[in-house]
Ligand binder design. Structure first.
Ligand code: ASP
Length: 435
């Protein structure tokens, strides 16, 4: 039985956090493959190492003095090394890195050093073998993970060394140059590693004990989600609930390797378990998430016989201007295209101008400042009257709904309301459904 355990930046923000992490890892011998992020924020540090490394790269690129910044990064690592009494000669690695700094240094290489140094420090502290991510996480030149090669390398590294620490967030191209994943990508390294070695569980250790049913900044003391399906989690993450990188479930879904979200600062607390199917039906809904600032383009067309053609022509324009579409509710004479406001900002006038030129389009109305809220729950589909209860409750609270969408699997209901009603809507949905 092998468990992959990934520790995020806040779990490794300073030496005292390393102490907690070691205790967790050594308390279960099946935690054999450890993935780490670079030190993040803590009570005493307001910066994430990764952010500082990006900043350092910008300083180098634009020829701005970077000494102080470099020292700040170096001192974070040196302090951890010193406080833990480790032998690793980090000072000499930093002086090597200093010599490599120039305005053309690869961004991916420089930024990846955060995870790299962290993994070396933790491996010595645990007595585990350090394995560089460039040797196990392999990318093809099109930047897709080469799953076959990656699986081979991870398996071999684990077989040869039994207990390993691997830096998250990066891997390498066939020519060995470093390639970074997107931000928060160590979560993804953990999933890929768990798949590669056929882990029984992927533990993702962070600074919260799992997912909450709603944002605690909006709902007071929301309940925890004990179990959630991959599918539900994707819907919630997509709508803004972010504890885990939203792509992390992709490598694990078909093998049904569960992910457990756990808290480094409260390791005995139950977290959230993410898997293919869940039996818990104590709550009707699993969670609520949402985002503000969407724009709705409502298009009226005359010729209903040419319905599809008008739709196609309009959608092509959104594609042309590189604007992603969130929802597409329609009626006989109209259809609405809902998009993130940020995406249309720069192309707004060109886009609207082009839509009005489309044959058979008679009118276009634009409504700004809409929020979308997604109510997610696998148990909603089996119980009648859920939508009625939802809309009735919002009506009773005097909240006007501008848009409704429900997926065919009935796993979520999305409502569109004014930005100014966003918080109130989430609060009243929570009150209506959570017991
Ligand atoms: N350190 C990287 C970031 O801040 C990757 C990660 O933490 O997963 O995005």
């Amino acid at each position: 039985m092998i468990k992959v355990a990934k520790f995020g930046g806040s779990s490794l923000s300073d030496a005292s956090q390393f102490v907690k992490v070691k205790k967790i890892i050594l308390s279960d011998t099946s935690r054999a493959l450890i993935v780490v992020s670079a030190p993040g924020k803590s009570l005493t540090h307001d910066n994430k190492i990764t952010d500082l490394l990006y900043l350092l790269h910008a300083h180098l690129k634009y020829g701005v003095d970077h000494e102080v910044l470099f020292e700040m990064i170096e001192s974070r690592f040196k302090t951890i090394q010193k406080e833990l009494g480790l032998k690793y000669d980090i000072a000499s690695d930093f002086s090597k890195l200093k010599k490599e700094l120039n305005k053309n240094i690869s961004l991916d290489y420089l930024v990846s050093r955060g995870e790299y140094f962290t993994a070396i420090l933790l491996s010595e502290y645990l007595g585990y073998q350090f394995v560089d991510a460039s040797q196990v996480l392999k990318f093809s030149y099109n930047s897709h993970v080469d799953l076959i090669e990656t699986e081979k390398c991870f398996k071999k590294a684990l077989e040869e060394n039994k207990k390993i620490v691997v830096p998250g967030f990066y891997g390498s191209y066939p020519n060995q140059s470093i390639h970074l994943l997107s931000r928060g990508g160590s979560d993804l390294t953990g999933s890929i590693a768990a798949r590669a070695v056929g882990a029984t569980l992927y533990e993702n250790w962070t600074d919260v004990s799992g997912f909450l049913m709603a944002d605690p900044k909006i709902v007071q003391y929301p309940k925890k989600i004990h179990e959630i399906t991959y599918h539900e989690l994707r819907e919630l993450s997509y709508m803004g609930a972010n504890v885990l990188h939203e792509d992390s479930i992709i490598p694990l879904q078909d093998l049904d390797i569960p992910i457990n979200i756990l808290n480094t600062n409260a390791p005995d607390e139950e977290g959230t378990l993410i898997k293919n199917t869940c039996d818990d039906d104590s709550q009707i809904i699993t969670g609520i998430a949402g985002k503000k600032n969407f724009t709705v383009f409502t298009i009226t067309k005359t010729n209903t016989a040419k319905k599809l053609k008008v739709l196609q022509d309009v959608l092509k324009l959104f594609e042309k201007y590189n604007v992603g579409i969130e929802h597409l509710p329609s009626s006989i004479d109209t259809f609405s295209v809902i998009v993130e406001a940020e995406q249309v900002e720069k192309v707004y006038f060109d886009l609207v101008g082009s839509i009005t030129q489309v044959e058979d389009v008679t009118n276009i109305e634009v409504e700004k400042d809409m929020a979308l809220i997604s109510v997610v729950g696998r148990n909603m589909s089996t119980r009648p009257g859920i939508a009625g209860k939802l809309f009735g409750h919002l009506g009773a609270n005097n909240i006007n709904i501008n848009m409704i969408a429900q997926s065919s699997q009935e796993i979520n209901i999305v409502v569109g309301v004014k930005n100014s009603d966003f918080e109130r809507t989430i609060q009243s949905i929570y009150e209506a459904f959570v017991i």
